[in-house]
Structure formats: structure tokens, C-alpha cells
Design a protein around this ligand. Structure first.
Ligand code: ZN
Length: 371
């Protein structure tokens, strides 16, 4: 994904209910949203509730710097959806405690003071909003006042906004999928999934508290997010700007030996192998490395090999509209090799043919020669 040709946004995040769960979950859902590309996340700040009265629980706040192809209204709907997933009910009382609050603080340099209130007026007046924003994007310039985020926060009374020292939210720059980025800090990544993995360990007769397993739920959550990152990626992101005009190109383009790793949806065990993707251009070609990324896009989900093969073919068809597409995948399935029939040497070959590869025997024969 390339941030440059998309809109940069700042999103403020707040919670005052079950904060150590809801804040990391919100960041994870933002990161896994296929329309958003999270670049950096602020530290976590704690501050008293502003409108909720003295008995209202204190808030945790953070800010997220991201890129998106969504329009402001679409982005707001997407944030509302994440709020709903995390149990937010928008009721009558605007100051009631909430599981999560996701607001568009800035949308590039857009000024929309009617419907969407962008920039969020709170960025100028509320320390609990301004401080996290200054933390994640100090140089961001307010489109109306021309002050930087740092200048805005510095001018406010921030004495009641404190850093939460032992809660660190993962950002892309901190290498989300790296197990060992910082062992001596308490890292919180995906509390709900980690709780499931913890329970899974108990169910199989293990002791999740023994030394070797202490960080296993965290590692499993991160590995799972990587292995299923296809859900968080769109075809447009993958293809982005890599289609070229090639008038007169009329020979088969074939990319062979593309390694793929996927997970069977029946047993959630890996299957893996090699893919070959071919197409017969109609004046448009695509960067060769993009073929592997298209395969990854669909492989990094729960799959059956037949559907995976078809989806890759369909994707190439959609982005290039060529005369024909052919995909052949050869995979070995751990659910067959490790269990059940234990046919350890068997492999499964699937193919999908579209256009001339399907309708024209000569084109198909030419492809088989190349393979
Ligand atoms: Zn299986």
C-alpha cells in the first residue's frame, strides 16, 4: 500500500469502560480495516471525564495517523461500524461512559463545519484530544488556525492529562507482526483473541502460565493476523498503479513458481505450494511482482484451494480485462498429511481457465507447453 496518493487522516480514540481491553481492540480493528492503512499510533493518555460528572470513570485516549481512500462520510461510517463491533451504544446521554469513541479529528486539510465537523472542534479546546494528536503528529497543521498540533496542545492546560506508562499500542512502524520488538514493556495487542488462545491452551491440557507459553497468546494473535491479512487488504491496494499500457502485446504472459501459503477453512491447518498465473493481454499488462501479491491477497485467508484458484483468476480478469486468464495451483495440505488418511506425498492440483484459455484449445495447448 502506498500512502502517498491517499488521504492522510488523524483519528482520535477514547474509552472509559474496560479501557485496557477496548483501546487495543479498537486499534487492532483499525489496523485490520481494509480501507485504512494505519501508520502510527500515539502513546496512551489518561484524563478525567469532561462532561460525565465527578463519579464518571477516567478516560484513556489515543490518536491514530492513517491513510485511506475513503471519503469523509464513508470513513465516519466505518468508524461507527467499529464502535458497534466493540459494543458502543449511542444513547441519549452524550456524556455516558462508553466502550469506545472513534472520531475523525482531521481529514487532510478539509474544513467541513456543517455535517461532519471536520476538523473536530475538540482538537483546539480539549486537552485529552489535542495531546494524543500532538504526540502522533506534532507537525500537523490546523487548516483554519495554521497552528501545528504541537502548538495547539502546548497552549492548553494539560495538567490533567497523564501518560499511561504500561500500555503500548502497536503501530506499523513498530513492526506489528514481529514477536520480539520490545520484551520489557507490557504490550497489549488483541485482548479478546489472546483470551481465546489462553483458553485453547487449557483445553488441550497445557498450562498457559508456564514460562514457554506466557507470550504464546500474543504471538498466536500476531501470527494469525499476518496469516489472515488478506481480509485486511483490497485488490485496489495490491494493484495500485502497476498496470501499464502495452499496445500490441499479444503473447502469453506467464509467472510460474509463485509460492503460496494458505489455511484450509475446514481444519484451520496450512496448505501451501506453488501457483502459476498466465494471461493473454489485451493492450494492458501488470507488473510481474504483483502476481505474487494477488496470490497472497487471497491465500492469506481461510480457503479451499479450488476457490483460491478461482479468486486469483477472477482478480486478474477484473484488473486487466485480458483475452484469457489461467491459474494452476499445486498444493500440499497439512490436514491430509498430519492427520486422517496421512497421505503424506499427495498433492492437489487445481486450475481455473477464463476466456481464450477456456474456449480455445490451441491457446490452452500453448500454455501447457510453457508449464
Ligand atoms: Zn483441511
Amino acid at each position: 500500500m502506498t500512502p502517498d496518493n491517499r488521504t492522510q487522516v488523524l483519528i482520535s480514540v477514547g474509552t472509559n469502560l474496560d479501557r485496557r481491553k477496548h483501546l487495543p481492540e479498537a486499534i487492532r480493528l483499525l489496523r485490520r480495516n481494509r480501507f485504512l492503512d494505519v501508520n502510527e499510533v500515539s502513546r496512551v493518555f489518561e484524563s478525567p471525564s469532561v462532561g460525565g460528572g465527578a463519579s464518571a470513570p477516567d478516560f484513556y485516549n489515543a490518536a491514530v495517523h492513517a491513510c485511506t481512500g475513503l471519503e469523509p462520510k464513508e470513513l465516519r461510517d466505518e468508524l461507527r461500524h467499529i464502535e458497534a463491533v466493540l459494543g458502543r451504544v449511542r444513547g441519549e446521554d452524550p456524556d455516558a461512559p462508553r466502550t469506545i469513541d472513534l472520531d475523525i479529528a482531521y481529514y487532510d486539510d478539509l474544513v467541513d463545519t456543517d455535517g461532519l465537523r471536520i476538523p473536530d472542534p475538540d482538537v483546539l479546546t480539549a486537552p485529552h484530544v489535542a495531546v494524543p494528536i500532538a504526540d502522533v503528529a506534532a507537525e500537523w497543521v490546523h487548516p483554519e488556525t495554521s497552528q501545528t498540533a504541537y502548538e495547539i496542545a502546548s497552549a492548553l492546560d494539560t495538567t490533567r492529562v497523564r501518560v499511561v506508562p504500561d500500555l503500548h499500542l502497536m503501530s506499523r512502524k513498530r513492526s506489528s507482526f514481529d514477536d520480539n520488538w520490545d520484551d520489557d514493556r507490557l504490550e497489549v495487542y488483541a485482548p479478546r483473541m489472546e483470551a481465546l488462545v489462553h483458553q485453547h491452551l487449557i483445553e488441550i491440557g497445557e498450562d498457559p502460565e508456564r514460562e514457554g507459553l506466557l507470550r504464546t497468546p500474543l504471538r498466536v494473535a500476531k501470527a494469525t493476523d499476518y496469516i489472515t491479512s488478506g481480509y485486511a487488504t483490497s485488490l485496489e491496494d495490491v494493484v495500485n498503479n502497476a498496470i501499464f499500457d502495452a499496445e500490441g502485446a499479444d503473447e502469453i504472459v506467464l509467472v510460474k513458481d509463485i509460492e503460496f501459503y494458505s489455511m484450509c477453512e475446514h481444519h484451520m491447518l496450512p496448505f501451501f505450494g506453488k501457483a502459476a498465473v498466465a494471461y493473454l493481454p489485451d493492450d494492458k499488462i501488470i507488473g510481474l511482482s504483483k502476481m505474487a501479491r494477488i496470490v497472497d491477497l487471497y491465500a492469506r485467508r481461510l480457503q479451499v484451494q479450488e476457490r483460491l484458484t478461482n479468486q486469483v483468476a477472477r482478480a486478474v480478469q477484473d484488473v486487466l480485462n485480458p483475452h484469457g486468464v489461467a491459474v494452476v495451483m499445486d498444493g500440499r495440505h497439512l490436514c491430509m498429511m498430519m492427520r486422517g488418511v496421512q497421505k503424506q506425498e499427495s498433492s492437489t492440483v487445481t486450475s481455473a481457465m477464463l476466456g481464450t484459455f477456456k474456449s480455445d484449445a490451441r491457446t490452452r495447448a500453448e500454455l501447457l507447453d510453457l508449464l
